[in-house]
Design a protein around this ligand. Sequence first.
Ligand code: AMP
Ligand code: GLY
Length: 425
Amino acid sequence: MKVLLLGSGGREHALAWKIAQSQLLTTLFIAPGNAGTRQHGTNIDLNPEDFEAVGTFVLENKIQLVVVGPEKPLVGGIVDYFQAHPALESVEIIGPSKAGAMLEGSKDFAKAFMLRHNIPTASYQTFCTGESEKGKMFLKTLSPPYVLKADGLAAGKGVIITSNLGEAQNILTEMLDREMFGDAGKKVVIEEFLDGIELSVFVLTDGKNYLILPEAKDYKRVGEGNTGPNTGGMGSVSPVPFANPELMGKIEERIIKPTISGLFEEGIDYKGFIFFGLINVGGNPLVIEYNCRMGDPESEAVIPRIKTDLLKLFQAIKKQRLNEHQIELNPNYSASVFLVSGGYPDSYEKGKAITGLENQGESILFHAGTDFRGNTVLTSGGRVMAITSMDETLAGALKKSYRLAEKIDFEKKYYRKDIGNDLMV
Ligand code: AMP
Ligand code: GLY
């Protein structure tokens, strides 16, 4: 099978690493990829958001399967673009239609969908441009902290939580009337604050059937003890000890099943990953957000635990026969620690030579912000690479990743030293 994978982060390196192990693979292209993905296929200088260029490449290279890593092309309608072009129609594409991607592309759509299908989530109201006075009054009726969410994609920055009513009201006005988040903030969801522990759960679906992938916990804040600004993710672990069979059973019954059947009943074409951002409040799981793709940095811990051939599952998706497959998992713990550029998520320097990569041993290195010059791998982003290790215990997996985190080096390297600590009992 000739495969094109779209994206360039750690998630895509993890997907490329896994797809490259498939018996069904003949050729793998990654567009645009990074210095890590080229170990598993050919990087192609293509913008995943330029659908016409992607379509042309697919036709010229007789690609049979396209796997879409990031949300932007999905929310932009790449699946619909393929379906609307007769020459591309027969190419399988892993990812939801534009309507399905609305689960991530519009918080208001996602909330209304959950309400329609009785899926547990925080109570909310949505306000549009011109309704800031109404929204401010609504905020007054709530107790702090206040949670404000820009409706559209805002690169992970669209959620604001504050305990100060005045600040919440000002931010609402900034979003609705002064375009603080551009078009993404022209609608704002104000919702109830939920106090609990977060968990990321993933499924692969053919629109009718689904397989549950390993769950994970990610560490979003830059500083130890979950302090400092949010990042794209500083590390992740899988499995999550508190995600016991009882909790996972509730998640499947109350959240996964009604989501899949809701999409089906509404005639929404969805063939791909669904990421459930959940919060466990006193033993009851609620949805914080949906994403229409795999998580990053969760993929870097989750994908190495999947033993099943991903391309076989993708083939079954096309035939809508995922029900005939099971997913085989490695029961061991997987711990992924991100090395980032000092200063990230604010300003940081790029182009630093990375040394010590030869010490990899049995750990896996998933590149995110890397580039290369000759044989030298260079930093090219804030989140540079994830170090994933596996072991029978979480402590053992973490120890392996941290040992390597010391050996791999670049100027101003930084990493959190407390990934997974909260889960060790
Ligand atoms: P999101 O972009 O929707 O994932 O939100 C970013 C982060 O904000 C989440 O990972 C949570 O930590 C937090 N968050 C979002 N909604 C809520 C809520 N209703 N209650 C508490 N925390 C929330
Ligand atoms: N780990 C959060 C995300 O992928 O959006």
